[in-house]
Design a protein around this ligand. Structure first.
Ligand code: BES
Ligand code: MN
Ligand code: ZN
Length: 501
């Protein structure tokens, strides 16, 4: 999608105008219409009011221009979450109306008071346009007319010559964030047969080639030598060998100890010998979504040139049942020396993450954030609209909630109290990989398990709730692409001295 910035006085093509209930067509959109069309629209909207979130696609009689009017509902109920979804609805409605290009009146998306606000709005709009245009079609025969996609969007707003550069950069940055989010979704959407640990590592290497990120891949032998008994244990049932992916980006102007991002890279989770029931298994090719978010989160941070030192760590395995699988009851020695008593082979994510979190220590990190499709229990608790946030640090909890709100990768806090620790005490090993009260608080005991391998400031994100897009996300079916927007917002925050803690 080609996204352009235009002033509102320029003559443009088909118009996209979001409107609240009872709102008039704004002056900036009217300016682009002939008198005849303005009269037509006024009469039309008088008779046929904008209601709720409906969409009207009208051909104007004056110059055969099309106008797409999207309802924003009642002004009183408007919020920033709806504003992001609105941009995606625009793409969906344009595809339905078979529009390949359009001019979006920005002030109808949101009002802005400052240049910084305007830049942010343009960045978010560009990102969401790109995200909404993506669909996972590469395994299907291309129709003769091609897949529906938007070729060009003009974002219409007022700006001075001085402001132009800053706003153009904001649009370009939004496109980067959108593209990297879509790369993440592509990796998650690939079937398990085609997205093995080796392929995930190759994808990381490819992302490294496109950016200034250094990528190192450890093979099974090196993983063993490091003492990652968890990664080795979980991978044993599969003929696909494990990989440990290390990505590193060091901006020349970075000032502080690194931010380390850790992502769960289970390329297919059958549950192992504790095999998953058939209903739960088919989406488990997306169990590497956290890993994909780290790969393309680091790539995005590099492409955006954020002055920071960031490291990405992705343990990549396939969890399979076979004659060589790890067994329930096995005791695995993690890289930290602590032993893991495997009570359920389907709680595999936390086992490989234990090794990655232990490995993270060697960077003397300023902050470690892990992201994982870790528990079905997080979905039970929160539904499918927000990821679960765990940290023992109240300041980090507050920071991440607000980064979640502003980035669109929403986060909601859950408890990580010491009291839960007794639930994961091992009988024959140091830590058990499932809680004693398995039916209750499963995402909390999983987080508690991870905390046993951590010795630095740390945040855990259980993204199982937001792995898959739901209808109200207004996205193509499949992976939602959680994480990239959050990680770029986090990196920017950490790179800005004024907001330092
Ligand atoms: N990958 C799953 C969690 C998951 C489930 C992610 C559904 C996305 C959608 C994880 O490895 C798992 O199997 N967790 C178990 C833990 C249990 C055995 C304690 C679960 O949630 O059932
Ligand atoms: Mn599992
Ligand atoms: Zn899993």
């Amino acid at each position: 999608m080609n996204i352009q910035l235009v002033t509102k006085t320029r003559k443009t093509g088909d118009l996209v105008v979001p409107l609240f209930e009872k709102e008039e067509i704004p002056e900036s959109a009217r300016r682009q219409l002939s008198r005849k069309d303005r009269d037509f629209l006024r009469l039309y909207l008088k008779r046929d009011k904008v209601r709720g979130e409906n969409v009207k696609s009208l051909l104007l009689p004056g110059n055969a221009k099309r106008i797409l009017i999207l309802g924003k509902g009642n002004k009183k109920n408007w919020n920033h979450r709806k504003a992001r979804i609105l941009v995606r609805r625009i793409v969906q409605s344009m595809k339905t109306a078979n529009l390949k290009e359009g001019t979006l009146i920005m002030e109808s998306v949101a009002q802005t008071a400052t240049l910084a606000e305007k830049a942010k709005l343009l960045e978010n709009t560009a990102a969401e346009l790109v995200i909404a245009d993506y669909a996972h079609n590469e395994y299907k025969e291309t129709p003769k007319e091609g897949w529906p996609t938007i070729h060009k969007m003009q974002l219409a707003t007022d700006y001075s010559a001085d402001e132009k550069r800053r706003l153009l950069e904001a649009v370009a940055n939004g496109v980067i964030i959108g593209e990297e989010t879509n790369h993440t979704r592509r990796l998650s959407n690939m079937p398990g047969g085609d997205m093995t640990p080796q392929k995930l590592a190759a994808a990381a290497e490819e992302a490294g080639k496109q950016t200034k990120v250094k990528v190192t891949i450890l093979d099974e032998k090196q993983i063993k030598k490091l003492g990652m008994g968890g990664v080795i244990g979980v991978s044993r049932g599969s003929s696909e060998k494990p990989r440990f992916i290390i990505m590193e980006y060091k901006h020349p102007d970075y000032k502080q100890a690194p931010l380390v991002l850790v992502g769960k890279g289970v390329t297919f989770d059958t549950g192992g010998l504790n095999l998953k029931p058939d209903k739960a298994i088919h989406e488990m090719h997306m169990d590497m979504s956290g890993g994909a978010a780290v790969i393309h989160g680091v790539a995005a941070i590099s492409r955006l040139n954020i002055p920071i030192h960031v490291v990405g760590l992705i343990p990549a395995v396939e969890n399979m049942p076979s004659g060589s699988s790890y067994h329930p009851g096995d005791i695995l020695r993690s890289i930290t020396g602590r032993t893991i008593e495997v009570l359920n082979t389907d709680a595999e994510g936390r086992i490989i993450l234990a090794d990655a979190l232990g490995y993270a220590k060697r960077y003397n990190p300023r902050l470690v954030v892990d992201i994982a499709t870790l528990t079905g229990a997080a979905m039970v608790a929160l539904g499918q609209r927000v990821s679960a946030l765990f940290t023992k640090d109240e300041k980090l909890e507050e920071l991440f909630r607000s980064l979640g709100e502003s980035s669109g990768d929403y986060l909601w806090p859950m408890p990580l109290w010491d009291e839960y620790e007794e639930d994961i005490k091992g009988t024959f090993g140091d830590v058990a990989n499932v809680g004693k009260t398995e039916a209750y608080g499963g995402s909390i005991t999983a987080a508690m398990f991870l905390s046993q391998f951590v010795s630095y400031p740390w945040v855990h994100i259980d993204m199982a709730p937001t792995m898959t897009a739901i209808d109200s996300d207004k996205l193509a079916k499949g992976a939602k692409g959680t994480g990239v927007r959050l990680f770029t917002a986090l990196a920017r925050h950490l790179a800005t001295p004024s907001t330092e803690k």
